[in-house]
Design a protein around this ligand. Structure first.
Ligand code: HEM
Length: 392
């Protein structure tokens, strides 16, 4: 990319020949903590890289998540993802107090207790995907055959999508998140089809409620049916590629660190270590605010770098090492503050079940390529793997 102002730092620094997280993040942390940069869209931003500063940005009420405010960082690669000001109910883009109503309605649906009730469902979905994989032979492409379908099938079951519609649902959500392999036009069609489908699903649940998330939200009456469409769309998008990327990267990391296979402490360390959602928590200052000794003026965009914070050696000893033995719970892989990931208990359950089941049922699992030929996603909003060829 071209650097459009003098004195600003080139960003994004994620490129195929640069490891992730980019070594530049350590320079940013050590040099100034906050770095002025310009996105490929021409939008100026403050990059925030220290753990303490990232947590401050994500909790300070003078800093907003509203993408329709002037100065909000406009990232080029949105992958057909609709914006909050285009769809009611897209609550990740709302600030308190408007945001509180959505959060309050949804928190019970993603509690530890609720996720525990879903464990048998998650287990049977994972088993069925592995059955299908094993039935096909002695090799597989793990992103397409396990990592992407598991979160999509789990969330569609939780939402109450009828089994007969799950193939439609999965294929459209896959189109939506496959930024590299689908065109903008294909993604727009998938967004429109999904929105139409969700409107019909919500109308159906109004007439014939079931024991599912959509029916319960309708029964509570705290959210309007038209807001529910945006809420459900957000749950689908927020939890699909993020979880899939973590599953696939986690398999690679565990294959390289076999002593941690089967240890549940590995999950949070994998989340810290990979920090796939590095660029998702975008913000804009609504008042002048000082972060890490630097004045950010009202109307200036802010990009807290999640991978930067999660590799901050002020907070994690030897942060470049994968070490599930460390205390890792204060990582910010799920963000921090009022927007902290709603699906985090679900993600932990999915990752634990996938790794336990996969390595138990396929003990000879190995990469079907050399590690240097793995194709990483460097150019989207999320970090991950395009494909993961394995054999057994
Ligand atoms: C928010 C990461 C999976 C639903 C967030 C945020 C991050 C994140 C960093 C904060 C965004 C911000 O502050 O602007 C992840 C990662 C995941 C994951 C790394 C997988 C490993 C999921 C799943 C779901 C989900 C499975 C739901 C089924 C949400 C929602 C929000 C959110 C609804 C917005 C919460 C709010 O605004 O109150 N996630 N997420 N996420 N996530 Fe996740």
């Amino acid at each position: 990319m071209t650097i459009q102002d003098t004195g600003v730092t080139e960003f994004p620094v994620r490129k195929p020949d640069v490891p992730f997280p980019p070594p530049q993040y350590a320079d940013f942390r050590d040099r100034d903590g906050l770095v002025r940069s310009v996105l490929p869209t021409g939008c100026p931003v403050w990059l925030v890289t220290r753990h303490e500063d990232v947590r401050m940005v994500l909790t300070d009420r003078r800093i907003s998540s509203n993408p329709s405010l002037p100065g909000f960082p406009n990232v080029a690669v949105t992958g057909g993802v609709p914006r909050q000001d285009q769809i009611p109910g897209w609550f990740v883009g709302l600030d308190p107090p408007e945001h509180d109503r959505f959060r309050k309605a949804l928190i019970p649906e993603f509690s530890v207790r609720r996720v525990r009730e879903w464990q048998p469902t998650i287990q049977s979905i994972v088993d069925a995907q592995i059955d299908a994989m094993l039935a096909k032979g002695d090799s597989a492409e793990l992103v397409a055959e396990l990592a992407l379908p598991v979160p999509s099938l789990v969330i569609s079951t939780i939402l109450g999508v009828p089994p007969i519609d799950r193939d439609f649902f999965e294929s459209r959500t896959k189109t939506l998140v496959s930024v590299q392999t689908t065109t903008e036009g294909e993604r727009d069609v998938a967004v429109r089809e999904l929105l139409r489908y969700l409107e019909r699903l919500i109308a159906l649940k109004q007439k014939r409620p079931g024991d599912d998330l959509v029916s319960r939200l309708l029964a509570n009456g705290n959210l309007e049916p038209r807001e529910l469409t945006g809420v459900v769309m957000l749950l689908l998008i927020a939890g699909h590629e993020t979880t899939a990327n973590n599953i696939a990267l986690g398999v690679v990391t565990l294959l390289g660190n076999p002593r941690w296979i089967g240890d549940s402490r590995a999950v949070d360390e994998l989340l810290r270590y990979h920090s796939v959602a590095d660029l998702v928590a975008l913000r804009v200052a609504v008042e002048d605010v000082e972060v890490g000794g630097q004045l950010i003026k009202a109307g200036e965009g802010i990009m807290p770098l999640i991978a930067g914070a999660n590799r901050d050696d002020r907070n994690f000893g030897c942060p470049e090492d994968f070490d599930p033995g460390r205390t890792t719970r204060n990582h910010v892989a799920f963000g921090y503050g009022v927007h902290q990931c709603l699906g985090q208990n679900l993600v932990r359950a999915e990752m634990e079940i996938v790794y336990r089941t996969l390595f138990e049922r396929v003990p000879t699992l190995a990469l079907d390529t050399t590690p240097d030929l793995l194709r990483f996603k460097h150019d989207g909003t999320l970090f991950g793997l395009h494909t993961l060829p394995v054999r057994w």
